[in-house]
Design a protein around this ligand. Structure first.
Ligand code: PRX
Length: 650
C-alpha cells in the first residue's frame, strides 16, 4: 500500500478557496452531481466578466457530438481580456501581473496589470491596423518573452484566433500549421534565447513562408537585436507597430461564448497533428476555476509555471488561468540547468515564489544533481509544488517532496491534456492527502471511468483500464480545426458516450488514480507529446530508409525515449544516425530526436501488412521473453533477427 501523505499544516492554514478539507471536497463534488449546469453557471458568473451573462450551461453531449460540437454557456457574450485584464486594472492596477525572468539570471522585468493592459491594447490596435479581423487566425511563433502573452491576449482582444507554435518546431512543421489553419499573420521575434543559445525564430518563419502565400504580415519583436532577413511590405517591427497612436482602436470585441479562442496543434496516432479548438467562455471558466482550486491560490501568491507558452500548460496555467484570477504569474525564458542546476531555486528565492509548477523530466534531471544546488537557496516561500505532463515516478516525487518541499509543501500531480484544456485529476493543495506517483482524485465535475478494453465494460472499484471521462466540462476542446469528423473519430468512437483519453490508468482501494501512460501511438518524451507516425514519416522520407517503425521505451530522465527500427535500403547494416536525426529535426523540430536506432531485416507484420508494435515495444523495453503470441505474423523469422540485433546492440 502506498503511503498517504497528509496535507502539511502550513499548507492547510489560511486557505481561501471553498475546498479546504476532504469534506469540503465531497460537498462541492456533490453540488456538481446534483446540479451540473447550475454548478458551472454559478462558477462562470462568479469568475468571469460578462457583457451578456449566459443562461444555459451544457448543450449537446458525447452522442450528439457527431452532428455538431457540444457547447457551454452558448447564449453569453464576452471578451476574455476583460476578465484577464480590465477588471483587474479597476481593482488592483499596480499588482504585478507578469514577472519575466530572462535567460540570464536576474535579467528580466515586471508588468503590472495596468501596464499589461496598455500593452495588450496597443498590440490589439496594431493587429487591427494590419488588417486582422475577428475570426482571423494568427500564428504566434515566439520564445518565452512577455510579448508572447501580450500577443495571445491582443488576438483575444479583437476576436482573432491565435495558434501558438512552440519555438522548437521546424519550418516544415510551422508551415503545415500555417496552412492548416489558414493564418493571415505571424507574430515572431528576431531570435529566442534558451540556456545561452540563440534560436533563429525569424529565419525559421522566413523559411516556412517561402512555400506558402497565405500570410500577409509578419510582426517581429526584437529580442536580441541580431540582424534578420526582411521582406518589405510584409515584415513589420513590433516596436514600430505596437505604439500609442491616434488611430488606436483598442476596445474589446465582444464575441459569443463559443467563439474560438485558440487552436493548438497536438500529436495523435497519425502523421498529421490536429488543431484542437478551444472556445472563449468555457475554457476561461475552467482554467480559472482549476488554477485557483488546485493550487489553492491566495492573493499574495507568486505563482511560477515554468512551462512554455507553446504547449497547453503555458496557455492555461501561465496566461489564461492565472490572469483571469488576477494572480502574479512568472514567465521563465531559460532552462532548469542554466547556468547550473540551482537556477529554479535561485528564481524561487529572488522572486519569493510560493507556487511552483514544473514537469517530472525537470525534477528527475535536477535530482541527478543532488541536494546541494537546492540547499544553496532560501526556498522557504514555497507552499505548493505542481507537476504535469507525464507520470511521475515515486522516487522523483519523493525527492521533490523532501528536498524541494522540505516535507512542508503539498505536491499536486496534475493529470490533464491539450484536449481537456485544464486539470482534470489532481489533488486540491489545501485538502487532498497525496501518494507518491498518483494524480489522486478527480476535480468536481470530472467523472473518470475505467474501461476493460476486452469487454468494453466499465470496471468498478480498484481496477485498471482505459481512462475515459463521462460528462463534459467547460474546458474541453470542441473540435479539430477543419475536421470535426476526426475529432469524433479520435475521441468519441472507441467507447460511445464517453470521451476516450488515450491513457491507461489504475484506480486503487482508496479510489486514487494512477496514470500508467499512453496506450496509443503517442510518445511522451520529456513531457513533449509526439506521434510515432510523425517520426516514421520523417525517417522514410530519407533515401537511406525503406521502412521504419518507432516506439517508446522507458528512459530514466526523459520518461520515454524514442526507439526506431529501420529497414535500410543498403544492406551494409550501418545506420546513418546523424543524417537520420537531422531529417527528423527538419521535419518535426529541435525537440525531436531518436535515441536508439536498430537496423532490422524487416518489420514484424501480420498477413494483412499491419506492423505488430506490441512486439517492437517489448524488444525496446528489453522484455524479449514476453512477446506473447506471434503466430499471426507473416514471417516469424524476422522476430528472431530483431531480438538478436537488439541483444548485440545492448
Ligand atoms: O499521457 C498523459 C500525459 O500527457 C498527455 C497529454 O499531453 P499533452 O496534451 O501534451 O498535455 C500535457 C500537459 C497537460 C496525457 O494524455 N500526462 C499529462 N499529465 C500527466 C500525464 N501523465 C501522468 N500524470 C500526469 N500528471
Amino acid at each position: 500500500m502506498a503511503k498517504l501523505y497528509s496535507v502539511p499544516q502550513r499548507v492547510r492554514d489560511g486557505g481561501q478557496q471553498p475546498i479546504r478539507s476532504m469534506s469540503d471536497y465531497t460537498d462541492v463534488s456533490n453540488q456538481w452531481v446534483e446540479h451540473p449546469n447550475d454548478f458551472w453557471l454559478a462558477e462562470t458568473k462568479k469568475s468571469l466578466s460578462w457583457e451578456d451573462e449566459p443562461s444555459v450551461g451544457l448543450e449537446g453531449d458525447y452522442h450528439t457530438v457527431c452532428h455538431e460540437p457540444f457547447s457551454w454557456f452558448a447564449d453569453g457574450r464576452l471578451n476574455v481580456t476583460e476578465s484577464c485584464l480590465d477588471r483587474h486594472v479597476r481593482s488592483q492596477p499596480d499588482k504585478t501581473a507578469i514577472i519575466w525572468e530572462g535567460d540570464e539570471p536576474g535579467d528580466g522585468r515586471t508588468l503590472t496589470y495596468r501596464e499589461l493592459h496598455a500593452e495588450v491594447c496597443r498590440a490589439a490596435a496594431a493587429l487591427r491596423r494590419l488588417g486582422v479581423c475577428s475570426g482571423d487566425r494568427v500564428i504566434i511563433y515566439m520564445g518565452m518573452v512577455p510579448e508572447a502573452a501580450v500577443a495571445m491576449l491582443a488576438c483575444a482582444r479583437i476576436g482573432a484566433v491565435h495558434s501558438v507554435v512552440f519555438g522548437g518546431f521546424s519550418s516544415e512543421a510551422l508551415r503545415d500549421r500555417i496552412d492548416d489553419c489558414g493564418a493571415k499573420l505571424v507574430i515572431t521575434q528576431d531570435q529566442g534565447l534558451r540556456g545561452g543559445r540563440p534560436i533563429p525564430l525569424k529565419a525559421t518563419v522566413d523559411d516556412a513562408l517561402a512555400k506558402t502565400d497565405l500570410v500577409q504580415s509578419v510582426l517581429v519583436y526584437r529580442r536580441t537585436g541580431i540582424e534578420v532577413g526582411w521582406v518589405d511590405n510584409r515584415d513589420v517591427w513590433w516596436h514600430e507597430a505596437v505604439v500609442d497612436g491616434t488611430d488606436m482602436v483598442s476596445g474589446p470585441e465582444y464575441v459569443h461564448s463559443e467563439h474560438p479562442l485558440f487552436i493548438l496543434y497536438t500529436s495523435g496516432s497519425t502523421g498529421r497533428p490536429k488543431g484542437l479548438v478551444h472556445t472563449c467562455a468555457g475554457y476561461l471558466t475552467y482554467t480559472a476555476y482549476t488554477h485557483r482550486t488546485v493550487f489553492d491560490l491566495r492573493p499574495d501568491d507568486v505563482y511560477a509555471c515554468v512551462a512554455d507558452v507553446g504547449w497547453i500548460t503555458g496557455h492555461s496555467y501561465i496566461v489564461y488561468g492565472p490572469l483571469a484570477n488576477g494572480a502574479t504569474s512568472l514567465m521563465f525564458e531559460s532552462t532548469p540547468l542554466y547556468p547550473d542546476a540551482g537556477r529554479y531555486w535561485d528564481l524561487v528565492e529572488r522572486h519569493k515564489v510560493s507556487i511552483f509548477y514544473t514537469a517530472p523530466t525537470a525534477i528527475r534531471a535536477l535530482a541527478a544533481h543532488g541536494e546541494e544546488p537546492v540547499d544553496k537557496y532560501d526556498i522557504s516561500s514555497l507552499r505548493v509544488l505542481g507537476t504535469v505532463g507525464e507520470p511521475i515516478n515515486p522516487d522523483a516525487w519523493e525527492w521533490y517532496y523532501s528536498v524541494v518541499g522540505k516535507n512542508r509543501c503539498n505536491i499536486v500531480d496534475t493529470w490533464w491534456q491539450t484536449e481537456t484544456g485544464g486539470i482534470c485529476i489532481a489533488p486540491v493543495a489545501s485538502a487532498t492527502p497525496t501518494k507518491a506517483g498518483s494524480a489522486t482524485l478527480p476535480l468536481p465535475g470530472i467523472r473518470p471511468v475505467l474501461i476493460d478494453p476486452a469487454t468494453q465494460k466499465t470496471r468498478a472499484g480498484p481496477a485498471q483500464g482505459h481512462l475515459c471521462l463521462e460528462h463534459s466540462w467547460p474546458g474541453q476542446a470542441r473540435t479539430v480545426w477543419g475536421d470535426h469528423a476526426r475529432f469524433v473519430q479520435t475521441y468519441f468512437s472507441t467507447y460511445p458516450g464517453l470521451y476516450f483519453t488515450g491513457d491507461g490508468c489504475r484506480r486503487d482501494d482508496d479510489g486514487y488514480y494512477w496514470i500508467t501512460g499512453r496506450i496509443d501511438d503517442v510518445l511522451n518524451v520529456s513531457g513533449h507529446r509526439m506521434g510515432t507516425a510523425e517520426f516514421e514519416a520523417a525517417l522514410v522520407s530519407n533515401d537511406a530508409v525503406a521502412e521504419a517503425a518507432v516506439v517508446g521505451y522507458p528512459h530514466a530522465i526523459k520518461g520515454q525515449g524514442v526507439y526506431a527500427f529501420v529497414v535500410l535500403n543498403s544492406n551494409n547494416g550501418n545506420v546513418p544516425i546523424d543524417q537520420l536525426n537531422q531529417t527528423v529535426r527538419t521535419a518535426i523540430g529541435a525537440h525531436a530526436r531518436v535515441d536508439r536506432f536498430q537496423s532490422v531485416p524487416g518489420l514484424p507484420k501480420t498477413r494483412s501488412g499491419k506492423v505488430m508494435r506490441r512486439i517492437l515495444r517489448k524488444v525496446a523495453e528489453g522484455q524479449t521473453d514476453a512477446l506473447g503470441d506471434i503466430s499471426t505474423l507473416a514471417d516469424q523469422s524476422v522476430v528472431a533477427a530483431i531480438i538478436q540485433g537488439a541483444a548485440t546492440q545492448r
